[in-house]
Design a protein around this ligand. Structure first.
Ligand SMILES: [Ca+2]
Ligand SMILES: [Ca+2]
Ligand SMILES: [Ca+2]
Ligand SMILES: [Ca+2]
Length: 398
């Protein structure tokens, strides 16, 4: 009859009290509280090792003949997230070439490994959704013998779990001028990490940068950005395992979700940084004529505005008045960003377009000159066949 060297309760208490000075392993070997593991020859008879938490589970046992198999079961501390659990068979008798099969709660095989030689150590790391696991210890082309089994939760799951779905996304709060940075981890190739955040200053277009750095060597990160309703806004995948990846997302502000996963790779840590690029200007929101930013009147000279089209769908509306009877209204758009082909429209108080001019190419200036009997005007700035960028607008009347 095979005997256990240690009871699990005693192991836990010993580790807790003495691990700081002695380390668990030494202590357990030297103690000799005898408890039986057998019979444990089938999954239904598996000896229950309890909950695998921060401290490793360590037991000393033996295969008492070459046909003997030992089944154990344990449960990870959390069962709602992927876990990396290290299984080690060490101090094997010189006669024993150990073999270990890891099974899930339903008995499906997750992984199987065999030591290279008799007496050799065997260490490997199965990765799976947490829960109940079974271990089957047997021998391969060898004989019976004692062994030490150590089961360790490598604690690779990050602080933002469980976040496998959009509805369970970890809430990062509001993205302000201060970037948001976190270190997360993909423990298993099927794992997903969802995060939620909200832009500040509602109802204006926003440009924010998502950057992934300090990537684990086995991870090729891939991410998708969704809006509040789950519509995809952007996605990008790193070029290789371990490679950084950065993307600038341009969209109407609001609530966003970021899904982090992997592509043709395995697992690893990542550092994610979320930065508001601050491209939205001081005159927002001004997407409609009703929302037009009131620039006042031209009595004290030219009006100069430095603003920006953050995204190709964006429109900037302004309103101004002339002081008394107008002559010629002149609007110039200059200092235009190299990705913006600006378009400017002069509109009367009833919303009718008086004139429109568009730039001939990206980065070029635009000038519109018009005469009108009106005294109240709207100006609409947007883009034509381009994307986004800053601009300076000067309005004058002669
Ligand atoms: Ca994770
Ligand atoms: Ca996750
Ligand atoms: Ca704008
Ligand atoms: Ca705008």
């Amino acid at each position: 009859m095979k005997k256990l060297v240690h009871s699990m309760g005693w192991i836990a208490v010993s580790c807790f009290i003495l691990s700081v000075v002695t380390g668990c392993d030494v202590l357990i070997v030297e103690e000799s509280v005898v408890v039986e593991y057998e019979p444990n020859n089938s999954r239904t008879e598996a000896y229950d090792l309890g909950v695998l938490a921060e401290q490793p589970i360590v037991i000393l046992s033996e295969l008492f003949d070459r046909d003997d198999v030992d089944f154990y079961k344990f449960k990870t501390e959390e069962s709602d997230r992927y876990k990396a659990v290290q299984i080690a068979l060490s101090d094997a008798a010189p006669t024993l070439r150990g073999s270990i099969t890891v099974l899930d709660e339903d008995g499906n095989e997750i992984m199987n490994k065999t030591a290279s030689n008799k007496g050799a150590e065997l260490t490997f790391v199965p990765r799976a959704m947490g829960g109940v696991f079974y271990l089957k210890i047997s021998q391969w082309l060898s004989d019976d013998g004692a062994y030490r089994l150590t089961v360790t939760d490598l604690r690779e799951d990050d602080a933002y779990e469980a976040n496998e779905e959009r509805t369970a996304a970890y809430d990062l709060g509001q993205l302000t001028q201060e970037p948001i940075q976190l270190t997360g981890s993909i423990v298993h190739r099927d794992e997903l990490d969802f995060y939620r955040f909200e832009t500040n200053k509602a109802e204006r277009y926003k440009a924010f940068e998502l950057s992934f750095k300090e990537i684990g060597e086995n991870l090729r990160p891939s991410f998708t950005v969704y809006d509040e309703d789950g519509n995809e806004r952007d996605n990008k995948t790193a070029s290789a395992k371990g490679a950084n990846v950065t993307e600038v997302v341009r969209s109407m502000g609001g609530v966003f979700f970021v899904e982090v996963g992997q592509w043709l790779s395995e697992y690893g840590a990542y550092t994610m940084t979320l930065t508001d690029l601050g491209e939205d200007d001081a005159f927002e929101p001004n997407e409609t004529r009703d929302e037009a930013y009131d620039l006042g009147d031209l009595s004290s000279g030219d009006i100069v505005v430095e603003a920006s089209i953050v995204q190709r769908d964006e429109v900037d509306f302004y309103r101004f008045d002339t002081a008394g009877a107008p002559g010629q209204i002149s609007i110039t758009i200059d200092n235009v960003g190299s990705e913006l082909r600006a378009s400017v429209s002069l509109i009367d108080s009833q919303g009718n377009q008086i004139d429109n001019k568009s730039s001939s190419n990206e980065g070029a200036n635009v000038t519109l000159s018009s005469t009108s009997s009106e005294t109240t005007f709207f100006v609409k700035v947007d883009q034509w066949l381009s994307s986004h960028g800053p601009y300076k607008m000067t309005i004058s009347a002669q």
